[in-house]
Structures are given as structure tokens and as C-alpha cells.
Design a protein around this ligand. Sequence first.
Ligand SMILES: *Cc1c(COP(=O)(O)O)cnc(C)c1O
Length: 843
Amino acid sequence: MRALRSFTVQTHLPEELAPLRELAMNLRWSWDVRTRELFRSIDPRAWKASHSDPLAVLASVSPERLDELAADRSFMTFMGEVYDTLKRSTGRDRWFQQRGSSPLRNVAYFSAEFGIAAALPQYSGGLGVLAGDHLKASSGVGIPLTGVGLFYKEGYFRQSLNTEGWQQERYPMLDPHAMSLTLSTGADGQPVRIHLDLAGEPLVAQVWKAQVGRIELYMLDTDLEENSAEGRLVTDRLYGGGTEHRIRQEILLGVGGVRALEAVGIDIQVFHMNEGHAGFVGLERIRRFVTEHDMTLPEAVEAARSATIFTTHTPVPAGIDRFQKSLMVKYWSGWCAETGVPFEQLMALGAEPTGGDMFNMAMMGLRLAGMANGVSKLHGKVSQKMFNDLWPSVPWDEVPIGSVTNGVHGFTWVGSEMADLLSRNLIPSWPEADQKIWNKIQDVPDDELWRAREMARGRLVTYVRGKMAEQERARGRMDTEWTDRVLDPRALTIGFARRFATYKRADLLLSHPERLAALLSNPERPVQLVFAGKAHPADDQGKALIQRIISFAIDHNVRDRIAFMEDYDITVAAHMYQGADVWLNNPRRPMEACGTSGEKAALNGALNLSILDGWWDEWYDGKNGWAITSAEDELDLVRRDAMEAESLFNVLESQVVPLFYDRPRGMVPLGWTQRMKDSLDSLGPKVEAYRMVRDYTEQYYEPTARATDALSASGYRRARELAAWKTKVVGAWDQIKVVSVEGDLGTTTLRDERVVDATVAIDGLRPSDVIVQVLHGPVAQGDELVDPLVTDAEMVEARGDGTYLWRAKFSCNTAGRYGFTARVLPRHDDLLVPESLARITWA
Ligand SMILES: *Cc1c(COP(=O)(O)O)cnc(C)c1O
């Protein structure tokens, strides 16, 4: 029977042990080794059974054991030290405070998912884990940031495989009272209640707060008795249900999120939208500006934009949230009525430039953000091309989308063996190490590095065996003895874990079954594979991929060389990154926006063997791992996959396996350890999330903070002026004409100065409203300019007839045919990116 009502009984901790609750409630435990060790020591079996969850340990520990601990001097000393470190760590000045004054007061980071610990399963994969690492790293370097998300009662699905190897999904209910979460209260001390209107129905949400080091994360939850049955289900599952469910969740995240921050008393300066799911933040902010500050829609858009950053994560249009017009009518008519903004103008904010009447969340994100970025250099470029239509007159490589390459939170992901080695040989807080400090890895004795490698691999093998036995028992098989023989702690171990989406090609290795079987069953130089990953519940193709891997192991009699670990989550993932020798990634380039699992593996000393996509395209240097040749020019996918599989097997057979087993002097493979050093040395300072959040701060948060402070001063005076200026410029832009571009065309010598005069008609505008630029450089066939340089011209003469003369001077630094042209762009002090107005007139 089901209980009608339920409540939570908390363990009563003796007063001396009160710090334990505080330590368990700050998710800093998820990356702090000593805090974890403290909870493990309370009850090692409960720690293991709970998959490393301090609150579960506290909930299960007996009163007798608590008394025993309170009387245990060494435990009490250890607890005191760990507690002191927590207190000190949250107060100390970090990188952000140490660099002196900053225009940045605070950032709200909105994301549909956050992956912080396996014990708080509010993530599905890469996007969420990245968001979790963003919070942790912000805590580490002291950035004033607040996270905003949703609390899903059933989280994401849990995976198991049936006896046929077919994925089964489960959705166990979570109890927020039993997690490292507290209910947020308002100024009156009462739990805050967020109120929304969902297509005419009132919706109420409570707000859970998670403490992540020094960072707070607020999660909205509609599972309340005040709500209708449907209302309660808004936060049932992550990415469950159809598009209507999705729009309801996204309204709660965007609109509710802004209201939640207000209710807990945080006045936000900068808004960072992690992917389009959070895009409705912009509409809520616009509503405020219109109704509370009496702005027009264009003014409100400027005010909202100036404070907003949008990060896109998907290189494929199909990965973007889009809503049908009918859903927009249903859920946003109320907004239109309240603001007086006609529905068509609302739709225009999310319209796709190619036509149709879908509302596209990425398009809205880009239109309502003052700055936007992709998540690796390559992905930044792919995004510039993908969204070029939004800025039609702008050349694709000047589309205003930049990039910050994703990084990973080292303290969370690096295993104890490697973490010890790094803190001994670099600096204790090695995630802060710069390139010069990382160079010291080259001096670490090879056998020390190799020992850490062997221990981590051994730990993975033990973990896999335990997990396999558990999986077998769950399927009702009692004969689990064979799982003790799964994997060999000394064999070359390849890790492969990711979502089983088709483009990630988990089956590329299976495309040469005989070659793979030969690698796996080679008695002298054995290779073994550890797999993990979930397929989307609706994706039967993805599930079939998993099944093929399972059948391959059975059919080729290599069950002891291939392990598939069920229910890929943060704990499974960490064991794999820590224990693998080689991290394999073979997506179809450029479908992987960044990828982060390889970065986590690299910090653990694994070598990447990967298609040059995402982060690996940027940082592979020829000796820090291996590249699989991408045959993306081949349009026939079957042929392309075959060519890339060939490259993968060639590298494995002729380079990876021989290097691992090349052990001339005793036991240490010196070629391998050298490559590990080159990998750590070159990647260590780059893949760390501390670097990522520092980049966001300097390149995005601070410029945005400056812009929004300027535009919002004196009742948003400059936001209003900017909106008026844009209206004027856009209205007059069609009259802009480059009348002539003249310059000396005689042969010249290298480095000589050339002068180019451009006469431009700017009817209705002032010269200060525009920039005239001369583009010049070597020309190829058909006088096509190759990578032209851009020189801003100076206005030198008003001609009186509405035309003006601009002059640019430059020197020619390449010999051969040289050419030039000119163009006109809008210019305004508060227009951070001239291209963003998508008005460029070419000569
Ligand atoms: C890092 C991580 C991912 C993302 O890895 P990709 O390389 O982007 O596929 C997904 N799930 C978990 C649990 C992770 O830790």
C-alpha cells in the first residue's frame, strides 16, 4: 500500500558531532577527499552501499556508533580539521578577489540540469555535468555566481539491461529531504513560494537550495499540494514528456527562476543562459521593463540584452528546442496582454530566419543576448556558420559568436593516486597551476607515474567486477563467479562512455569484428574495453547499439575482455576516467561541440585516441595522444565510417598497443610514460574548469557587467537611447551607399604605404553613426580577397551633398597581386559588436 502522507525522520546527532551535518550539507564533500574519507570512516559499508552519500551514511548510522565516534579522540580531531578547512575555504580570497577591483558583482547561471554528485541525480549527461563543474570551479576561483535550475522528482532515468542486453528504464522517486538540500526561505523566514501563470492556471513552486562550496544553487520544484495534478508534474522528470511538457518546464526555469532569485533576495547583474532551455529568462525580464519601467519593446530588449550571455552547445539544428505557434499562443498570450506587445512581435523574437512559424529557443537566445559563445574553437566556427542567417549581410567568420572551450573540475574527477602525485610534484592546489608549474610533470620519475597508473587501473578492474556481479544478481542470476575473471588488471584498458547517440558511433570498433577480437584475445598483448552509456528512452537505434556490444562479447567469446557497466553516472564515470589507459572518442566530426570526458581522462593520465573534434581538435599536438583521421569530405556515410574505422584500427594496431607493451628495461613502458607526461604537461593547464571560468569572467562576464551598468544607469537612459538610435539607423540604412573607392593602383614595393579614399552617402545619418572600413590583402583568382586585413578609415571631408570622404592608410605586407574594397557598418558607443545589428553595406 502507498502512504497517504510522508515525512522525514532525521538522525539525531549528538551536539559534539553537529559539524557532520554541515559538512554533509555542503556539496563540497563531492570533491574534497578528506571530507569523503571522514564520512567513509563512519561506516565504510554504508558509504559503499550508498554510492558515496554522506547523508545516507548519517541516516543509517546507529546511535551507539555515534556515541562511539563522539568518544573517539582521533575521529573528533579529524572531524575538527575537516570542518575548519570547510570554514576557511569558504571565506578565503581567491583568484577573483586577488586581482583587485572588478565591475562584476554577480552572475546568475541558468541551466536545465546540474550534475554535481551521483547522490543528487539532476543531470542526464554532458550538459549537466559541465554546469556542475562550472559551479564548482566558480567556487574554487571565487567568482560571485549563483546557479538556477529545477528539482526533478524522478531525476533522469536509471538504466539496466535485461538478459537480452536491451535497455530498461526506471524512474525511482527522489526525496529532497534526504539530500544535501534545504528549503529556501524569504525575508520573513517562511519557505518562499514562487507564483506563475501557466496558460491561465496558477502554478506554485518551492525552491531548494544546494550549497556547492561557496556557490548557491536554487532549484524550483512544483511537487506541492497547492498545485493541480498536472501542475505537480511540471518538475517530474528531466527531459521527459513531449514539447508541451518541455515548454512548461522551460517557463518555470526562465520566468520562475528570475522570480526565485528575487524572492531569496539576490539582485542579479549578469544573466548567463546555459543553452536555450533557459531562454524565457529574457521574456520575464522584458515584461518587467515594460510594465515597471514603462519601456517600449525595443527599449526593453536593449535593457535585457545588455545583461545577458547565451551559450550554445549543439552543432546540429535538430538539437535545438522549438515550439509550435499554437503552444506559444496558449502559454504566452497572457504575457502579450500584460505587456501590450502584439503576439507577432513576440513570435519574431524566436522566429527562424529561413521562415516558418516555429518559435526557436536558440534564435531567441541569440537575439536577446548581448554576447554569445560556443564551447570550443571549432564549435564556435560551426555555430557562426549555422546561425549566419540571423546576420545575413555579415560574412560567416564575423558572425558575433565567440567561444570558450569547456573545462572540467579536476578535484572532482582525478583519482586519489594521480591527485597525490600532482599535489606532491606540482603544487597542493594543482588545479590552479599554470603552464610553468605543469612543466614539472616532465621531471616526475617514470616508475612513480606508472605506479599511479597501475593502481588506478587496478581499482577500476575491482570496481567493474563488483558492478558486473551486482548486475548479474539484479537479473536474477546467482552464478556470478565468472565476474571475478572479468578484465585483467595489467592489460591495456580502453574506456568508452557516452550517450548512445548514433553520431557518437559506439559501434565503430565493431565494424571489424575479427580485427577487434584479435586485439582483445591476443595472449601477449591483450586489450580490454570498458563501456558505459545510456540511450535516450525513445531511441531504439541507440539501444540496439548497446545490444550489439553485449552480443559481440558473447559471440566472440571475449566476455572477460569487454565490460558494459550499467547506469552511467558520475560515480561510474569517475572510475572509468581514472582507470583507463586510453580514452576513445570517435564521433562524426564536427558533431561533438566540445566533449569533456576525454579532458577528465587526460587529467588522470589517460591518453586520448580521438577524432579531431571539439576540444581535441584544438589541443592535440602530435605527441599528447593520437588522432583518428576524419574523412568528413566523404559524403557517403557508409564509406566515411569505413575509412575512419580503418584509421582507428591502424593507429591501435601499429601505435597504441606496441607502445603500451614496449618495456625494454624492466617493467615501465618508457615510451608510454613519456606520452603521459606530454599529455599532462600540454593539457593540464588548459582542460581545467578553473581556466574555463576565468575565461568566462574576463571575456564575457566583466564586459557584460560593464555594459549593463552603463545602460541601466539613470533609469536605463542609455538603453533607451540605444534603442532609439537602432530604430533610426535601421530605418535609414537602405540609403547608405558607397559611392566610390579610389586608390593608387600603380605597382608599389613591400611595406610602402597606400592611401584609399572612400566616398559614402549616409543620407539621414551622422558620420559618427557609422564606421567605414577598408579591407585589403592578397587577391586570388577572380580578384577574390584572401583573409583580408581590416583598417578603419577616418572621416576627412564633408562634401555638402550628403556624401563624406573617408580615408584609410595601410602598408602592403605581402608581395604579389594586392587588392582592396570598402564597407560601412553602424557604430555606437553602446553597440558592443557592430556586426550584431546585421547591417553592412559593401562597396
Ligand atoms: C563528463 C560526462 C559526460 C560528458 O562526456 P562527453 O565527452 O561530453 O560525452 C557525460 N556523462 C557523465 C556522467 C560525465 O561525467
